[in-house]
Design a protein around this ligand. Sequence first.
Ligand code: ZN
Length: 64
Amino acid sequence: MRVSELIPRPKSKFIVVECPDCGGETTTFNKASITVKCLFCGRELVKPTGGKAEITGKVKRVLE
Ligand SMILES: [Zn+2]
């Protein structure tokens, strides 16, 4: 475990992920700890892998 993970930081950002299957845009956190699915077709876009989110969709935008 890294020290930086123990301290709350304003590092979580909203990201807009484009679904590779249907092109729909789903907004989520870049540090999602749960599986995030496409709002439109249900495809997995973000899945948690050992504490780090793996984004399987395409990140279109990062909202600061
Ligand atoms: Zn989709």
